[in-house]
Each structure stands twice: as structure tokens, then as C-alpha cells.
Design a protein around this ligand. Sequence first.
Ligand code: GLA
Length: 397
Amino acid sequence: MIGRKPPMGWNSWNTFGSEISEQLIFEIADTMAEQGYQEAGYEYLVIDDCWAMKERSPEGNLIPDTQKFPHGMKAVADYVHSRGLKFGIYSCAGILTCAGYPSSYDHEFQDAKQFAEWGVDFLKYDFCNFPDNADCKNRYLIMSMALKASGRDILFSACNWGKEESWNWMRSIGAHMYRSTGDIFDNYRSFIGIFQSQMDHFCQSAPYCFNDIDMLTVGMYNQGNVAIGKPCTDSEYRVQFSLWCLAGAPLFIGADIRTIKPVMKELLQNRELIAIDQDEECRPPYLVSKRSVSVPEEDREHAVEPLRCVNDQLYTFMKQLSNHEFVIAYYNLFPEEQEILCTFADAGILYSSGYGFSMKDIFTGEELGNIRDYHRVTVPGHDCKLYRCRLVNFNEK
Ligand code: GLA
């Protein structure tokens, strides 16, 4: 069965855009297999837009760009499979893809069959150039059925940017993941805004169909195709990756993993964070508390310029994991250091119950010991602290 857990992999778009080739894909496959990514759970290697010729064949088939993929797509799929990975490709529900290549509207069954013949395991299905009078839900359903009929298990990654409240119906039409937002850009406000826009919808992620808040920009530092705005800092990337894991979102790396900074490779391969994303029970995070930093009027601009994100928030989340374990996660979206307090009663543990938590810092591995009643942390600006927790009974100590 495919799609039981949030899918994980690498996608070409964020760094490479149209600058893709079989050589690149081979090198990424090698890197995924040899540099620990595959072992950490990254499974799908996905080619995004711009892989096709501008015209279909006389029989109406999509043709891979002969310059970029001189040996054809089957050869690429074979190589990716030979490295123990799965192979993903891209098409679109409209007349043309977002970058203007032929797309699958009214070619759904033909294209799905073609993808299956090439050995495709994953289809990202975009929403550009969609005819005005066409029915969005129906067209995604048609491709879902075409994939089912293709004779191959192909994970359906629907990408309609949340149109028609995708979180309400994508599961019912058979998608395994669905983009719920517009595109991510490699800057802090973009990814915070995306996360905040979906905070009420993570409960609509569950086994076999997950809310997709877009490919990661972790480790890109404004190199590549989605660099707009201020480059992120290491701590901002920590915020991004851990939020995606708390959300139980699909994890698709967008950075060039052949040259990524070691500390970012370590972050993307952080076993504890990935375990949170991939937890058996697939529960959404619970917002324990939210507080806005009060900003003096004269500094107001600094905190709330026109943003897509609300950056003066302090969040405390709890995520329930399997085996009676929990994560408590603190986020300081404000640019300067803040103290955040978690009263355990807000996380369901009354003082009078006699229970508290044993807590371990997920980033440093430090054991905080057994803590009762409340926990207070200092979190630097644009940073986070996450703790893995177990219940402890203080009366039995
Ligand atoms: C849209 C999608 C992106 C990417 C591009 C490719 O913008 O949302 O993720 O696939 O198209 O053109």
C-alpha cells in the first residue's frame, strides 16, 4: 500500500526549475542513495515541470525533451529504481503546465498509461491553465482513476493550491497528498505564512492522504529557482523543518543535496524530527497556547510590516505520538528572544493528577529530567525548541 505515511523525497523545482537533465537526476539519485537520505526515509525522486517537448507526438503522446533526457524517461526511471528509489514525474490538470508544456487535460488516461510504461511511481499534478468551464474536482478524480487504471501503483500528488478547499475533498477522490497553498519561496515569511494558513487543516491529514504545504527550502540559502526576499538563517530553517514535521506534512527536499551545507544535511536527516513526521498515529499538532508579543507603537513597523505571516506570535504545540509519547514544541516567530511558558494543565496534565513529563531536548539530546506543573524556556528570535516527553507519576517516585 502506498501513502500510509507522509511521503518523503526530493523534487527538482525549488532549486533547478527548468534546468533539469538526466545527468542531474542520476547524480541526485546517487546522492540520495549514498549520503544517508534514503536511509532516513526519503524515497521518491521527483522531476517537476519542464521535462517534456513542447509538442506531443503524432499519436498524442508526451515526449521527454531529447536534449535534457536523451535516453528517454524509462532509462531515467530504471536508473532511479536501480538505486532503490522511486521515480516521480509532473503533469498538470490544465491545457498547458505552469511553464507552458503540454499537459494532461483530456489526455488523462493516455498519459497515465504512458507514465506507468516508463515506470513512474509518483505523479505531481498541477493546476495551471485550467479551462474556465471545467470542473476541478472531476478533473482530479479523472486523473486519479486513470492512475488506478494504469496497471501500476502510482502515488497521486494533487497540487491545486487549495482551490475549492482541497482539504475537504482530495481524500475522497483518491489523492495521496494535496497541495493546500500557493508556492513556497525561500524566505521566512513565505513558509511561516504557508504554515499559519493551514493550522486549522492539519486535522485533515491522515494515513493515505496528507495536507501538502509544499516542498522544503531548507538549506537553499537563496540558491535556485524560488529565491525571493531575504535568505533564511540556520535557525529559520530549523523552524521550517520542525514545523513541517509537527504538521505531519510530506517532506520533499528542494535543495541541491549534492552541495548542501553539512549542518542542513544533518537537519534534513534528523531522525527524531523525521520520527515525529512519520509517527504511526499521524495525529496533527494541538495548539496549547498562542501569545502575541506586544510591540511598542514606535516599533510596530518592525514587527508587523505588511506580511503574509503573523510574525509576532509565540506558539506552544503538543503533538501526541504513538506509545504514549508526546512532543512539546515552542516557536518564537518574533525576531528577538522571548520566554515561553507551558502550563501543563493546558496540555491536559493537572497538577492535582500527580503527573508530569520527563523531557528530552530533541536538538541537543539533553535530558531535562522529570518536570511537574509547568515548563519555561527562552527561545531566541525566529527559532524553536522541541522536547520529546513521557508521562511520569510523581506519586510513585
Ligand atoms: C506551480 C507549482 C509549483 C511548480 C511549478 C512548475 O507553480 O505550484 O510547485 O510545480 O508550478 O511550473
